[in-house]
Design a protein around this ligand. Structure first.
Ligand SMILES: [Zn+2]
Length: 429
């Protein structure tokens, strides 16, 4: 057998290392024409810095031959030996070292330095560049593969921005739960997939979505068809770098992301109405109920600034919020209000209107006017207006049982928990 033949055996060993995900280096020890040891790099697999192919081959050869002096042996290795292995070669008295590829970074048989030329008691003979191309290729293809793998791995943990061309695919995914995804559907239908107001991001799992995030101004919605098993990490990573005012998701989805994001989750009940069961009458003198127009935006903000559950988000942000209310009323949102002497005293609006239904939000009554049925009257009038216009259902959140019983009387039915995470005016990074 020639040097090339033995080097081919070393290359087979290198291939075994590659299959283990190890840097592919293989070594063979030959004594009197007979292969006495073969080994490959197992540094990662064995979690051991000493497990270079040459050291393992030398170890095996000593055991096979029953002694530490390998003065009649040749060592074949696919990559130029490092300082540690060159030291072992010298100490084991190997007579001849044959290697394939040079190692510009760590090679100590000619590249970085040549330890065999030092005035030590043993100087092995060196033969370089045997099957050099093959030995280099096996290393190169390993590192190219590794880079690609890392790239894919990085992409796997990233939310990818979607565009108008993805609209149908997004809708198909979120339509699995049209009520829970009312905001999601409505925002896409009213603004688009990639606009100033709305953007959608996806985490892919194979060809389908694992999760979606929708941004509406500084509000975010997360949805996954598989709340228990979706990969929460990319979602958390994405949201933790964003300035957000409100984040919302189904209760079980929020449970998986809220702990890592901070803030206080506020679980609410999501309910659905298919027909108005009871139209609450107005029993107050001088109070009129009518639908709202974009110019009522200032009156809505003024009302919210006086209501405990809302004022935190409104006080100090009046201009911004007025713009948002106006935007909602201009873009498919409807509002209904009760007025007394021109002042808005009770209010409800739709948001996220879409072809099937809408969400009723912002139900609020000034403290002095409560417990007189205004909220019920406003909500039922608003629902009736929506049903008259052909909607199939309306959804509504409430967070306390008392509110729940009022809405049940109007014809709402509970669907499940939906959670909002507020109080994040700045990104927590
Ligand atoms: Zn080494």
């Amino acid at each position: 057998m020639t040097d090339k033949d033995y080097m081919r055996l070393a290359l087979e060993e290198a291939q075994k290392a590659a299959e283990l995900g190890e840097v592919p280096v293989g070594a063979v020890v030959v004594c009197g024409g007979k292969v006495v040891a073969q080994a490959h790099n197992t540094r990662e697999t064995e979690k051991n810095a000493l497990h270079h192919a040459e050291l393992l081959a030398i170890d095996k050869a000593c055991k096979a031959l029953g002694g530490w002096r390998l003065w009649q042996c040749d060592l074949y290795v696919t990559l130029e030996p490092c300082p540690m292995c060159t030291g072992a070669i010298i100490n084991s008295r190997i007579q001849r070292v044959v290697y394939g590829a040079s190692d510009e970074k760590a090679g100590c048989c000619g590249s970085v330095t040549d330890l065999t030329k030092l005035p030590l008691n043993h100087k092995p003979q060196l033969v370089k560049g045997v099957l050099q191309q093959e030995c280099t290729a096996v290393l190169q293809s390993f590192f190219t593969g590794l880079r690609k793998e890392r790239e894919t791995e990085r992409n796997k943990t990233k939310m990818k921005k979607l565009y108008e061309t993805d609209r149908q695919k997004i809708l198909d995914y979120i339509m699995a739960e049209p009520e829970m995804n009312l905001f999601f559907i409505g925002d896409i239908e009213n603004f688009g997939v990639d606009t100033k107001e709305v953007e959608v991001f996806a985490h892919q799992k194979g060809d389908s979505f694992d999760s979606l995030i929708l941004r509406y101004t500084t509000n975010y919605i997360v949805y996954s068809q598989t709340p228990e098993t979706f990969d929460a990490e990319p979602v958390i990573k994405f949201l933790s770098t964003r300035k957000r005012r409100c984040l919302s998701a189904r209760g079980d989805i929020m449970e998986r992301i809220a702990p890592a994001l901070g803030g206080t989750p506020r679980p609410t009940y999501m309910s659905r109405c298919n027909a108005v069961a009871q139209r609450a009458p107005i029993q107050a003198k001088g109070v009129t109920v009518r639908s709202l127009v974009p110019d009522d935006a200032a009156a809505i903000v003024e009302l919210f600034c006086q209501i405990d559950e809302f004022k935190d988000g409104y006080l100090g942000h009046e201009a911004e919020m007025e713009e948002e209310e106006r935007l909602n009323l201009c873009n498919g949102g409807r509002g209904y209000g009760a007025f007394y002497e021109g002042k808005l005293i009770s209010y409800a609006q739709t948001s996220a209107e879409n072809s099937l239904g809408a969400m009723i939000t912002g139900v609020a009554t000034l403290p002095a006017w409560r417990r007189r049925g205004f909220a019920g009257a406003v909500v039922s009038s608003l629902c009736q207006m929506c049903f008259n216009d052909g909607m199939q259902f309306l959804c509504l959140f409430y967070d306390n049982p008392a509110a729940g019983s009022i809405y049940r009387q109007l014809g709402f039915e509970e669907l499940g928990v939906y959670t909002m995470l507020r109080g994040m005016d700045t990104a927590n990074v």
